[in-house]
Write a protein that binds this ligand. Sequence first.
Ligand SMILES: Cc1cc2nc3c(=O)[nH]c(=O)nc-3n(C[C@H](O)[C@H](O)[C@H](O)COP(=O)(O)O)c2cc1C
Length: 370
Amino acid sequence: MHLFDPLQLRDVALRNRIVVSPMCQYSAVDGCANDWHLVHWTQLLQSGAGMFMIEATAVTAEGRITYGCHGLYDDACERALATTLARARAQAPATPVALQLAHAGRKASSQVPWDGGALITVADGGWQPVAPSALAHSPGEPPPRALDESGIDAIRAAFVRAAERADRAGIDALELHMAHGYLLHEFLSPLSNHRKDRYGGDREGRMRLPLEIFDAVRAAWPAGKPLGARLSAVDWVDGGITLEDSIELARRLVARGCDWIDASSGGVSPTQRIPLGPGYQVAFAREIRRATGAVTMAVGLITDPHQAETVVATGDADMVALARALLWDPRWPWHAAAALGATVPIPAQYWRSAPREAAKAIANLKIGQR
Ligand SMILES: Cc1cc2nc3c(=O)[nH]c(=O)nc-3n(C[C@H](O)[C@H](O)[C@H](O)COP(=O)(O)O)c2cc1C
């Protein structure tokens, strides 16, 4: 198995194992995509990656991290997604497009990162975040409102409605965001879930809502379209989620038809200590894949083509997701194909760009003029 081998996920064919990791752009207005997204999506659809994943997309307006977060909670958002995506796709080689469905939970109502990222209180023009328990993310912050069962039911229904909207807008695959300290991760982690009802308590109770949402979305999402999940494999805090917990969750998800496990980590507590380094989360993808047979996606400081090739070739993961490296160099897959002796589709307008030694990386290359 190699980085540039194809991969079939239900009816969706990936030309290679490189995935554009979901990346918030904080540039939507009222949840709606606009010209920023048109440029950003087109650029990454031209990258040659096997699949492009649209940023964390809120299933309710209150589930946005910031006022600039992309949403899929009303007709205007759905229309903006459908038209912007169609325009981006028309300028790029055919590439499957996934979208990450999310609810920010207690991390909602934040400033955008370039304004500092702090919680905006209701008094300062923010909104009231919701969570499994009334526990603040950071000391000194006002706590979120704990969801009651009718609030939980409404959020489950919102995930389903957003999935239906994504289907109509032309999205090929969905990923449920169960990581990074957002709502579904907050239910999974004993650090943020102190509920006494059936949605809290032991691991079984804490997994209940994420699994219910998986089942509800799977039932509403076309059978031929894949549905994956991003997990925080560990919380990096004593008393938090362990890899064993995540292996059990992955096992349950796979049994329900989950098409990939995207193995990330952290985000639920400011006291986390993350040992950052090249490929620092790859071992989570490997262990989850070994223990459960899940198709896995490795992510986190994968920056070098040979490093990415090794992750796939050794069977640590079936796919690699890149975020920052693809913003820095949106043509990373072109350059990786050249380095590894593979090919990628490159828009014909750019065929003459390749240095002589890299020309073999361009699929179907032919240049003529007189
Ligand atoms: C600008 C930016 C926005 C991000 N937004 C999201 C997001 O919407 N959903 C998500 O799960 N992770 C998000 N992440 C995390 C990335 O998807 C990825 O997991 C992380 O950056 C580690 O991969 P990297 O080392 O290749 O950047 C974001 C990262 C960056 C840099």
